[in-house]
Design a protein around this ligand. Structure first.
Ligand code: 26A
Length: 346
């Protein structure tokens, strides 16, 4: 049952089941994968899921923004988060629904009758992860699903929107509809660039939604991919963060904040202003020992989850960043994009 008062945070993207196992260079080579990357699967990649299962793969609920939704709910009072996307009518879809329910995230999945639930093959080598996604049902989310009265009423009741940039490969009109709603009513709209390939190959789609963003998230490789794609002529993360903060903005009532995470290096935050000046802040990450790290898959999603929780709870920018860094440090001690159970408190 949807909460009658709605959910303050609404997240949209691709619900996926992660099929995650330790791999090696030979496996990466077989499918032409980089050690640290995220791509869309082509026909030649379809064998990877069987190969991972043969390596005793774990099935872990994934999908970048779904991880963020679970992360935000982890740090917020009950009934704070609703997640939307498209799954198939199958076992994997049931697993995703159940995991979200257990995490307290309300889901409004569209269930596609024809396609199976999307999956993401995750090859772990050391502290790297290579992800290869077969979107399947997740690719079937359409603007008319978002505009259904019972879904749109949740959109209207939400105050903060978080969209995973991976959804730019699926349904740009749905992202724009959320951005327009946020801009028209001075609500908060956040987007993560998600992967270098989004900045490279979905550049126009990305540029069509960036003007709606109040908070733009990316990591260092995505920042550099964006800079390259736009011939900014710099690989300096602070410079790129500043330029991202200054890009044209639809809702001029709030400045844009660009947040660039860089693994164990400090998080760079650039805060734009109406006058065109930009303030830059750096935040050290929470250090944990190398031995305590399980895997870093989902660290960025967890960071965004903690950050969203802070913004929804009305915390300051600095506190929200710290909440993100806390949740990321917790998530990398778990297997895949998961959070400690029993619940730990911030
Ligand atoms: C469209 N693509 C490529 C994707 C993804 C994705 N989530 C949505 N769409 N490729 C990988 N992921 C998710 O990223 C998480 C780690 O940040 C994986 O499912 C994984 O849980």
């Amino acid at each position: 049952m949807a909460a009658p008062q709605g959910y303050p945070l609404l997240c949209l993207e691709n619900p996926l089941l992660d099929i995650q196992a330790r791999g090696d260079d030979a496996l990466l080579e077989k499918y032409g994968l980089k050690a640290n990357d995220a791509i869309l699967a082509e026909d030649k990649h379809m064998g990877i899921y069987e190969d991972l299962l043969a390596r005793d793969a774990k099935l872990i609920p994934g999908g970048a923004a779904q991880n963020t939704a679970r992360g935000a709910q982890y740090m917020l009072p009950e009934q704070s988060v609703v997640y939307i996307g498209c799954i198939g009518k199958d076992k994997y879809g049931e697993v995703l629904k159940k995991t979200c329910e257990e995490a307290g995230v309300h889901t409004e999945y569209r269930v596609d009758e024809a396609q199976p639930t999307g999956k993401c093959g995750v090859v772990i080598t050391g502290h790297h992860r290579s992800m290869c996604t077969h979107l399947a049902a997740a690719n079937e989310y359409k603007i008319e699903h978002l505009k259904q009265p019972e879904i749109w009423s949740l959109v209207e009741k939400a105050q903060v929107y978080y969209v995973g940039g991976y959804h730019l490969t699926v349904c740009v009109p749905a992202i724009i509809a959320l951005g327009e709603e946020a801009a028209a009513k001075n609500k908060t709209f956040m987007l993560s660039i998600s992967a270098p390939f989004i900045a490279q190959f979905f550049k126009d789609q990305l540029d069509s939604v960036l003007p709606y963003t109040d908070y733009t998230f990316c990591n260092e490789t995505e920042a550099i991919a964006y800079s390259e794609g736009h011939q900014w002529g710099t690989e300096d993360i602070t410079e790129i963060a500043k330029k991202l903060a200054q890009l044209p903005k639809k809702n001029t009532q709030r400045p844009r904040v660009a947040i660039v995470t860089q693994g164990t290096l400090p998080t760079i935050v650039a805060i734009g202003s109406a006058t065109g000046t930009v303030e830059v802040k750096e935040f050290k990450v929470r250090e944990i020992s190398k031995e305590a790290i399980n895997d870093t898959n989902g660290a960025g999603d967890a960071f965004a989850g903690g950050f969203c929780a802070g913004i929804v709870a009305g915390k300051s920018l600095d506190d929200s960043i710290d909440m993100g860094q806390w949740l990321a440090s917790k998530s990398i001690q778990e297997l895949g994009p998961s959070y400690p159970f029993p619940k730990q408190t911030y």
